[in-house]
Ligand binder design. Structure first.
Ligand SMILES: [Fe+2]
Ligand SMILES: [Fe+2]
Length: 369
């Protein structure tokens, strides 16, 4: 079925064009490369996987509770609207929220694919081009998987959130080659990763858990790349140039904190925008969620050397300054471990099932003999 038919509100056109500026760069130096970047490229090649086979698409998903979300977590819980809702309405609400959330993941993954391809085009060094080419493929696989989940399992899609689109637009229009890294790899991916992690660790539904765990396994490489490339580059920039990047980060963080809350969902339930914003603002769960959302961004920004006074103050005001000390490497290592453990568990179960099947067949054979 065409995605147009599954959108809650179909976008006016099905193509979005962002004019490109900046140069495509070639490198004639084929011999050299930074060891760490080439190692990451190798890992990117070694760790490719196919969502069509690695994910168990036969698992059923209840579209009215795709993630097993408890009542208390829903923004409307405890409000006057909640009291009027039937069980069916609550199911619809869960479906809309899951659809909104995963649709933003999907559009974000497409954005990541386009940005990674842009980096292939514009970054001066060949080692970074090679690595980004593997990431472009990773992001294509992620977009494919989220798209399939939404089409086949939830049957509903939300258009891209206006503010997410705005941030992508700024990121892509900028002619400085480091901006797609900063906007996409550090900000948008950092935010996405935190959101993936929260759902991965709280959902009791096996299909979304698999999807998120496996996607996160790849994202650990992406963040590692952004950090390496930017740390090297930002050491060479002047103070004024660094301040510009910090301003961009501050603005992006504010926007993501205040404007990515699924207000569109509540509007679709007939709640006026202003009230929907207030309800989201008051939601205790969203408060916690918003802080956790920065768990990947803040330490990364600090690590790449964007830690000027203004940025520190902005993070203090947002209540996320302390996150600068969290151990990003440990979080990434855990992401990889979780995916590997999930594979091992599933493999063990499948192996047991296969052994049982073989034993049964043998037993059957013995009785028919
Ligand atoms: Fe991705
Ligand atoms: Fe990514």
């Amino acid at each position: 079925m065409s995605t147009r038919d599954l959108y809650t509100t179909a976008p006016p056109t099905l193509t979005w064009q962002v004019p490109a500026t900046g140069a495509a760069r070639f490198s004639w130096e084929y011999d050299d490369g930074r060891e760490r970047l080439l190692a990451l490229y190798q890992k990117g090649k070694d760790k490719q996987w196919d969502g069509a086979t690695r994910i168990d698409w036969d698992l059923e998903v209840d579209p009215y509770d795709p993630l097993g979300t408890p009542d208390e977590v829903l923004t409307l819980h405890g409000t006057r609207h909640w009291a009027k809702m039937t069980e069916k309405d609550k199911g619809d609400l869960r479906r809309h929220y899951a659809s909104w959330q995963f649709s933003q993941f999907l559009h974000g993954e497409q954005g990541a694919m386009v940005c990674a391809a842009r980096i292939v085009e514009s970054v001066p060094d060949l080692d970074a081009k090679f690595y980004s080419a593997t990431q472009t493929m990773d992001e294509a696989r992620h977009a494919e998987i989220y798209g399939r989940f939404l089409h086949d399992k939830i049957g509903m899609l939300y258009p891209i959130n206006d503010n997410l689109r705005g941030l992508l637009d700024d990121t892509l229009r900028d002619s400085r080659w480091d901006m797609p890294y900063l906007g996409m790899q550090v900000l948008i991916e950092g935010l996405a990763l935190a959101a993936f992690g929260m759902i991965r660790d709280t959902t009791d539904k096996p299909l979304p858990k698999q999807i998120l765990a496996y996607v996160m396994q790849d994202e650990a490489r992406h963040v590692a790349f952004g950090r390496m490339a930017l740390r090297d580059y930002y050491r060479q920039l002047s103070d004024a140039e660094l301040r510009e990047r910090e301003e961009f980060v501050i603005e992006g963080c504010h926007l993501m904190r205040d404007r990515l809350r699924g207000v569109e969902v509540l509007e679709n339930f007939g709640i006026p925008k202003k009230e929907a914003e207030e309800l989201s603002e008051q939601s205790e769960f969203l408060h916690l969620f918003r802080k956790l959302l920065f768990s990947r961004i803040v330490p990364c920004v600090k690590d790449i050397g964007l830690w000027g006074e203004r940025l520190q103050k902005a993070y203090l005001d947002m209540g996320v300054f302390d996150l600068g000390d969290s151990n990003l490497d440990l979080l990434m290592a855990q992401d990889e471990e979780i995916a590997e453990r999930l594979d091992a568990e599933r493999f063990a179960t499948e192996e047991r099932a296969r052994v049982t099947e073989v034993t049964d067949t043998i037993a059957q054979g013995a009785t028919t003999d």
